[in-house]
Design a protein around this ligand. Structure first.
Ligand SMILES: [Zn+2]
Length: 182
């Protein structure tokens, strides 16, 4: 039912602040979107404790934040924010001070926590807000899960996402268990 073709859409890749350094982004959304994920050779979204095969085995998901940003080059990316760095984003979104604000991230070294400053931009820029649905759709594309455009109805899409995630996790769990028993 879902189209897996690369299609005509521009891609929206994930950006990770991988190494030490300073990073600067412009927020294109009003909030940070939290996604629970399990690691099984790749990250797979957790469909929720009530139906997740990994959670049922007592494996806890990690909670990762995502927000669409513009880089200084004006390219759009999905910024991945580790759980330990969600705080300043939550404060900014509660104050309505995230969208169209500049996010400065400094990392001392590869493993160190992010130092985050979120400030108003001095530039008069016309930025288009990216919806949560667009972000979720881009993440679905990255994980090869059903795409929004294949469904007329959002509720049906979300159900299909959940089913597909359960199926993928069940296969991954089978692999893990057979590895452990061999
Ligand atoms: Zn789970």
């Amino acid at each position: 039912m879902y189209a897996n073709d690369p299609g005509y859409e521009p891609t929206l890749p994930i950006f990770r602040c991988a190494g030490a350094g300073s990073y600067r982004f412009l927020a294109l959304q009003r909030s940070l979107h939290g996604v629970k994920q399990h690691w099984c050779g790749q990250s797979l979204p957790c469909p929720g404790e009530h139906c997740c095969p990994f959670c049922r085995e007592g494996m806890h998901p990690r909670f990762v934040g995502y927000i669409v940003v513009a880089l200084p080059t004006n390219e759009k990316r999905i910024l991945e924010v580790p759980h330990s760095s969600h705080g300043p984003f939550r404060t900014a979104e509660q104050n309505g001070a995230l969208f169209r604000h500049v996010i400065n991230v400094t990392k001392g070294n590869d493993k160190s926590a992010w130092r985050i400053e979120i400030e108003e931009t001095q530039l008069a820029i016309a930025t288009q807000e990216i919806s949560g649905e667009e972000l979720l759709d881009a993440l679905a594309r990255i994980h090869s899960l059903p795409r929004r455009r294949s469904f007329v109805d959002v509720a049906l899409w979300r159900e299909a996402l959940e089913r597909a995630a359960i199926a993928r996790l069940t296969i991954a769990l089978g692999r893990e268990t057979s590895k452990a028993s061999s």
